[in-house]
Every structure is written in C-alpha cells, then in structure tokens.
Design a protein. Structure first.
Length: 196
C-alpha cells in the first residue's frame, strides 16, 4: 500500500518538475486507514433467510438474556347466591405464563413485546372466552403482569412489574413496559412497510 502511495506521489510530481518547477512536492499526510467494511448480512431492510453461520455470531454477542418469562395474574369476581339465599362473592385467581422479548429502552424504561393472549385475559368469562378454573359469568377485577424467573417462581421481591402500552387482539401482539433497565435483543427492528 505504501508503494502505491509513493508511486502515485511521484506520478503527480513528475509533470510539475518537467515544467521547470524545481520545488519538491509537498508531502501529503498519510491518510488514516479506513476500517474494513462489515459484510452485509442482508440485502435491503429485510432478507428472506439469514444463514445460521451469520445469525449465530450475532446471538453470541448478547451477553445477557433478552427473553423473559411473563406471568399474568388475573383475579375474577364470581357473584352467586348461597344456600341461605344471600348474595355471595368469590374471588378466583387465574395464572397465564408466556414469553416476551425486550427490544428497546426509552427514557430509562424497557419495552417488551409479547402475545396479546399472554398480556390480557378476558374481561368476562363466557363460552367464547373461557378461563381455566373460573366459572362462566365471572368478571375480571384485577390483572397484574410481572417478569418472573419461571412458572414456579414465588419470590415476590425478584419480580419485575410490567404495564401495558399497547394491545392489539387482532394481531395478537402487546407491548409492555418495565420501569427497569433490562438487556435488549441485539437485532434491529424494521418497518412493516418494507416487507415483501
């Protein structure tokens, strides 16, 4: 590379010397070595296939897990008449577990994406919206979302509370927010308009 720059400098200096200018050419500072360009992983915003040999190194750079177990705890109120004819209320809990991916941090809060059926349980149970262990006609009175270690994790201080930002039942997607910095996935989020 040095020989190429020397030859280029001489080629530019020789015509000037031939015209009678006896000034030696000014030495040009060495240009900084340009970093080698990274090979493109995909063409365009999206690619049909990302080969495993390229995906594996990207995933290996993620030092911490960005996939989290999410627990949805819903409390349902069941109103019924007791044997004495008096109105009674029973409160039943329903647990749903799923996974979510931390994908970005905004103002010190982590946004996660998961399925809508993990983030939301039915407002009222009926034939079209059953909930395991909850009789039909029960109304949801409370719902709490948390990040847990696994389905058996009962250590409350270790749980991270989540709030809903966006829920779309038709697309079966929900965006949740944690008021804590969590590791995010090492992938770029694209635009749906760029899909083929």
């Amino acid at each position: 590379m040095r020989a190429l720059f020397t030859a280029l400098a001489l080629a530019l200096a020789l015509p000037a010397l031939a015209k009678g200018k006896n000034r030696p050419p000014k030495t040009q500072p060495k240009p900084a070595a340009a970093p080698a360009p990274h090979p493109a992983l995909c063409s365009g915003d999206y690619a049909d296939v990302l080969p495993p040999e390229k995906a594996s190194p990207i995933l290996d750079t993620a030092r911490e897990a960005f996939v989290f177990a999410i627990r949805n705890t819903a409390t349902y109120e069941r109103v019924y008449y007791g044997r004495d004819g008096k109105l009674r209320r029973a409160y039943l809990r329903s647990l749903v577990h799923g996974s979510g991916f931390a994908y970005r941090i905004v103002n010190g809060e982590t946004h996660l994406v998961t399925n809508e059926h993990v983030a939301s349980q039915p407002e009222v149970t009926d034939e079209e919206h059953p909930v395991d262990g909850v009789p039909m006609g029960s109304k949801k009175v409370r719902e709490q979302l948390k990040i847990v270690r696994d389905e058996t994790d009962d250590y409350e201080p270790g749980h991270v509370l989540l709030t809903k930002l966006l829920v779309d039942a038709q697309a079966d997607i929900a965006v949740l927010k944690a008021r804590k910095l969590l590791p995010v996935m090492p992938y770029r989020i694209g635009r749906s308009g760029a899909l083929r």
